[in-house]
Design a protein around this ligand. Structure first.
Ligand code: SF4
Ligand code: SF4
Length: 370
């Protein structure tokens, strides 16, 4: 698997570190080895037999958010994140598993999700039974993060559907409510494929899948096919699905959200799925004030620190990264922080207090008075 990245590894090793300034992990740790160049160079040395593939190396390749901002500043468009994920899988195939990954593996396999709860039951307790539309062709896959941490997003989404007269979307009724991305992020590829197969078998019967979780959307659209699990349903992020209803004048706004909103681009929604405009346009429609941008936005958006499994493997680094993002937000007095990813929402919430962190769906539900 890592062989696929030989060219990238070589380019990085001989590069004058053009992307270095952008890497949230390199910046948070102030360690040269934790920059994209540093980690790729270690892989180069391992390939040349000048460095053992040991625990030190395994721990180093875990130091990546998979945020992909480095690629935006790379002349070669090198995918360092994908190389890190391949290196993590390689470590595990060599039997080198860090203790954080080992305990995550055991926890996930016990619960079939990273939250350790019966997520299906949890979802049922937060969503009226009428939304589990039997024989629905269009399904809403909430994802583990939203069910566990932000059930209000899911309830708001279904209330929005109802207000727009959309009665054909059913909440996903399966037992397994996680796409498996956290396993893949930690290099647990064998476990990921086993898990993904189960989800794939359940989702194949639908015509359309909608999710409020960018990671779920990306896994279904781009990653499952890499493992010969190509889903036939079309897959949409909720902002992508809702925006056309606004464009067609089908959304009757009852009141506009009165506070200023600052929008954070989730890495998997932006750089991975190329969805930048739909959430912004929706926010513009439902808010009175003009949207506030972070200085690092859209393709250059700075990660919140919650991606790539980093909160599991390096919680302190993940915390330093989120604090940098929050520091800019805190300069805007009386603003609300909005995003379109339950994992970003969770990570921001976990490391802040007294700040309102909303999902785009919360703002739409507010504007519709549902
Ligand atoms: S990702 Fe590109 S810019 Fe960054 S170190 Fe590698 S080759 Fe250089
Ligand atoms: S993907 Fe993000 S965290 Fe990983 S090396 Fe690139 S910039 Fe750093």
């Amino acid at each position: 698997m890592l062989k696929k990245f030989e060219k990238e590894i070589e380019y990085c090793t001989y590069c004058p570190k053009m992307c270095k300034f952008s890497c949230p992990v390199g910046n948070a740790t102030a360690r040269e080895t934790a920059t994209p160049w540093g980690r790729m160079s270690i892989l180069y040395l391992a390939k040349k037999g000048q460095k053992n593939w040991d625990r030190e190396l395994a721990a180093l390749v875990e130091l990546c958010l998979t945020c992909m901002i480095c690629r935006e500043y790379c002349e070669h468009r090198n995918d360092v994140a994908a190389a890190m994920l391949a290196a993590r899988a390689e470590s595990i195939s060599r039997g080198i598993v860090t203790k954080e990954v080992e305990s995550f593996r055991a926890f996930f396999s016990k619960h079939d999700n990273p939250m350790g709860d019966d997520l299906h039951a949890h979802l049922q307790s937060h969503l009226a039974s009428k939304y589990f539309v039997k024989e629905a062709q269009v399904v809403y896959f909430s994802g583990c993060s939203a069910i566990y941490q932000s059930p209000q997003n899911i309830a708001d989404t279904f209330k929005i559907f109802e207000a727009l007269g959309i009665d054909y979307v059913g909440a996903y009724p399966g037992k397994i409510q996680c796409c498996g991305a956290p396993l893949r992020f930690l290099g647990l590829e064998k476990e990921f494929v086993e898990h993904a197969k189960k989800v794939y078998r359940q989702l194949g019967r639908y015509k359309v899948i909608i999710s409020g979780c960018p990671s779920c959307v990306y896994e279904f659209k781009a990653v499952y096919p890499e493992f010969d699990l190509k889903l036939t349903p079309r897959v949409y992020h909720i902002t992508e699905f809702l925006w056309p209803f606004f464009q067609q004048g089908k959304v009757q706004i009852k009141r506009q959200y009165p506070k200023s909103v600052m929008y954070h681009d989730p890495c998997y929604l932006g750089r991975y799925l190329d969805i930048y405009e739909a959430p912004r346009k929706i926010i513009d429609e439902v808010c009175r004030e003009q949207l506030i941008e972070f200085s690092w936005n859209r393709k250059s958006s700075y990660c919140c620190g919650g991606g790539g499994g980093l909160p599991i493997t390096y919680p302190d680094v993940a915390k330093t990264v989120v604090q940098k993002r929050l520091a800019e937000f805190m300069e805007k007095k009386d603003a609300v922080l909005a995003t379109a990813c339950p994992s970003c929402q969770r990570h921001f919430s976990k490391h802040s207090s007294g700040i309102e962190i909303l999902d785009v769906t919360n703002l739409v539900a507010w504007a519709l008075e549902v």
